[in-house]
Design a protein around this ligand. Structure first.
Ligand SMILES: *Cc1c(COP(=O)(O)O)cnc(C)c1O
Length: 462
């Protein structure tokens, strides 16, 4: 191909934006294991799942055959308000590092919610509205999902009830107020409003909460209210599906200039941004058309892929959600209050878990102090102030680029810059003041938490 001049930022034209989401499961020979009904322990049916989630989203969740799923026009119209997102060549970072590698990042922080989560919240709010629901309930960790959902709900005129992990509720009052600005009600979790919240408060007095616990509260709340359903901001297949707009745009932009990435990197909390970024590339690899290196980056404090076990587990502390076969640290795992709240989930997307198990993707863990050092290094030359979650991917992208200095390889590295960190300045403050610590759970701690995973449910587990 004739070499085109590659712009600093690759923006797509409006008509080049994806009109379909890409369902990677359709290309997987060995599919992720099915969700199980927590009562019968049999694969959960569409009807059972529809009691908790919106019907159309359940169809997407269970769909293993359609490679492409059309994006409804109303959602496309909303996407146009903040998409396409730019794919940026990190020239300044490359120069600063002195690396022969070419580094690109797909920037998802250019919307008020400040992260990629709006890509899925708008879809979920749309389907809830279509179904004639009054409102939705959800949990939020660091607050990005709650913010994204409250924006989407206000757009479609839906009520939005958010259970916010208590540590974030207290540490991040500004996000809470953004949610309330968009009309959501926000409750710190564990709360005294739900049965499960009261139970957890009793069992772990003074707990700062966890995503797993907030999920249980949100599910309980939705199941007790007429016209409400629960929505989730990560982990599920449907969320990963909506996030494929990230990967599809990235691929179109790279293809437009004949660029082939060697390494694709993303941070992994529940796996939605990473899954969304890599899916179209994974699809090519599964079909034997191309080969890539995929790297999931996890915090050392919550290493679901790297140190977890691939078994059926509960998705929430209260054990009300369907069971998922995934890499997990155990649903009772209470991660240390790290500064990357969005990466504190005990489990991992079933799709990503399966890809990891098949050896298609690798995983790395990084220390939080290293992550903030990388965030700062990046911000000082590239200008964008990254979210701590995103900085996990930055850290490994820099590591990979540094390796290229030694080997002389001109690798093309693409990473997902999932959001901005303006609401995380208290964490940056701890880092600057030198009082940030690195927490690594011991083997004993992880084993103890894993003891509570249900052994019965998984005949094929290793
Ligand atoms: C929520 C969040 C993540 C992690 O969630 P995934 O589902 O793993 O993508 C990463 N970065 C930011 C900025 C987030 O808000």
């Amino acid at each position: 191909m004739e070499e085109k001049v590659i712009p600093y930022k690759i923006y797509l034209e409006e008509n080049e934006m994806p009109k379909y989401w890409y369902n990677v499961k359709a290309d997987m020979k060995k599919k992720p294991a099915p969700l199980l009904d927590p009562k019968t322990l049999k694969p959960i049916t569409e009807d059972e799942l529809s009691k908790v989630f919106c019907r159309e989203l359940v169809k997407q969740e269970l769909n293993e055959t359609d490679r492409f799923i059309p994006i409804p026009q109303e959602i496309l119209d909303f996407y146009k308000m903040y998409r396409p997102s730019p794919l940026v060549r990190a020239y300044c970072l490359e120069k600063k590092l002195g690396t022969p590698a070419k580094i690109y990042y797909k920037f998802e922080g250019n919307n008020t919610s400040g992260s990629h989560k709006l890509n899925s919240s708008i879809a979920q709010a749309y389907y809830a509205k279509q179904q004639g629901l009054k409102g939705v309930t959800t949990e939020t960790g660091a607050g990005q999902w709650g913010t994204a959902l409250s924006m989407a709900c206000s757009y479609f005129g839906l009520d939005c009830k958010v259970y916010m992990v208590r540590s974030s509720y207290e540490l991040k009052p500004f996000r809470r107020e953004v949610m309330r600005t968009y009309g959501a009600s926000v409750t710190p979790s564990p709360s005294m409003e739900t049965k499960i919240g009261r139970q957890i408060n009793e069992e772990y007095p003074g707990t700062t909460g966890s995503l797993g616990c907030a999920i249980s509260e949100a599910v309980e709340c939705a199941s007790e209210r007429e016209g409400y359903r629960y929505v989730l901001g990560s982990v599920l297949n449907q969320v990963l599906l909506h996030q494929t707009v990230i990967g599809l745009e990235t691929k179109t932009a790279l293809d437009k200039y004949g660029i082939k990435p060697d390494v694709i990197i993303g941070c992994a909390g529940g796996g939605s941004n990473l899954g969304g970024l890599i899916s179209p590339f994974v699809g090519e690899q599964l079909r034997g058309e191309n080969k890539y290196q995929f790297i999931a980056v996890e915090p050392e404090s919550c290493p679901s892929l790297s140190r977890g076990k691939y078994v059926y587990d509960y998705c929430d502390t209260g054990r009300v959600c369907p069971l998922s076969k995934m890499y997990t640290l155990g649903s009772g795992f209470m991660p240390a209050a790290t500064h990357a709240g969005g990466l504190r989930y005990h489990g991992m997307s079933a799709t990503l878990s399966e890809l990891y198990d098949q050896g298609i993707m690798e995983a790395r863990t990084v220390k939080q102090t290293e992550v903030f050092a990388a965030a700062e290094e990046f911000a000082r030359v590239e200008g964008i102030l990254p979210a701590p979650e995103s900085a996990h991917a930055i850290k490994v992208a820099i590591d990979e680029a540094r390796k290229c200095i030694e080997t002389g390889e001109e690798k093309t590295i693409v990473f997902g810059l999932t959001g901005t960190g303006y609401f995380d300045m208290m964490s940056y403050e701890k880092f600057h003041d030198g009082v940030m610590t690195d927490y690594i759970p011991t083997d004993a701690e992880i084993e103890k938490s894993l003891e509570k995973t249900p052994k019965w449910a998984d005949p094929q587990s290793k």
